[in-house]
Design a protein around this ligand. Sequence first.
Ligand SMILES: Nc1nc2c(ncn2[C@@H]2O[C@H](COP(=O)(O)OP(=O)(O)OP(=O)(O)O)[C@@H](O)[C@H]2O)c(=O)[nH]1
Ligand SMILES: [Mg+2]
Ligand SMILES: [Zn+2]
Length: 297
Amino acid sequence: MLREPGANSGLILRGIGGFYYVKTADSVLECNAKGIFRLQGITPLAGDYVDIGESGGGYVVSRIYERENYFKRPPIANVDNFFLVISSVEPDPNMLVIDRMTVLCEQRGIKPVILITKTDLKPAERVKDLYGSIGYEVIDVMNDEGYAVKRVSEICADSISVFSGNSGVGKSTFLNKISPELSLATREISRKLGRGKHTTRSVDLYPFMGGYLADTPGFSALDFERDEKISKDILADYFPDIAKHTDGCFFTGCSHTVEKGCMVLEALQNGEIDPSRHENYRYLYEEAARIEKNKYN
Ligand SMILES: Nc1nc2c(ncn2[C@@H]2O[C@H](COP(=O)(O)OP(=O)(O)OP(=O)(O)O)[C@@H](O)[C@H]2O)c(=O)[nH]1
Ligand SMILES: [Mg+2]
Ligand SMILES: [Zn+2]
């Protein structure tokens, strides 16, 4: 939930090159961060609520309030709504990226909203049906732009909302639709390369209907360092479609990947779980297992 800014406290709208732009009650102040944060390995993030002090004639972030949550990619704190933006083409949907991001949201107790762009170029029925059937809200921007703008605006009111997704999917383009005065830079995609270059360079919060919209730089599937830790033992909890079958597994601590008497594997056989979801579950499970093993070696 949003906090009221004060004269010497407020919200970081943007962090770039070691400077932080903090929205206080009456202005936006450019601040450095106190050296103590660096020593503690803490980086102030867009979305952080902070206190501001003065030092050497300039402003400094002197305190970071406890975060409700934060993401490393995109780097942002105190997220209320997470829009996972996916284009039907250029770039094509990457189901592993979608599943990884939905897991990272679920881990923070956030139900991501899936925003699909570019269906004027190619339909995206598979993605829409699959994630809709799992229970995520899916909004096809080009199906009915008026509805998409109205619905997303309604969700974003009075809260911090982040728009995240691969480079070139159309995050900035959509934000310009819901708030035309933003006039964010967008990039014509290079057809030859079949992929976007990063147009948006930093996470930026923009005031919108009593809350803030965050445009973020795109990532590519290869970008994910292994910096987001997920425990393999609770991974299934973050796949709602898998979690609902785990109760009856024969073994406690069933990994739902190979075991006899696994109800998840049975549901997969029966067509109740989508094969691509289970395949990505296994991929993320094995990745988490590898990371946990390396940590203890
Ligand atoms: N046909 C079509 N083109 C779109 C749509 N949405 C975005 N585009 C185009 O896709 C390209 C990339 O859009 P951007 O809004 O810059 O993408 P982005 O996600 O902000 O990209 P980064 O800032 O690099 O992460 C631009 O040329 C847009 O005009 C859409 O729904 N349909
Ligand atoms: Mg952009
Ligand atoms: Zn199982």
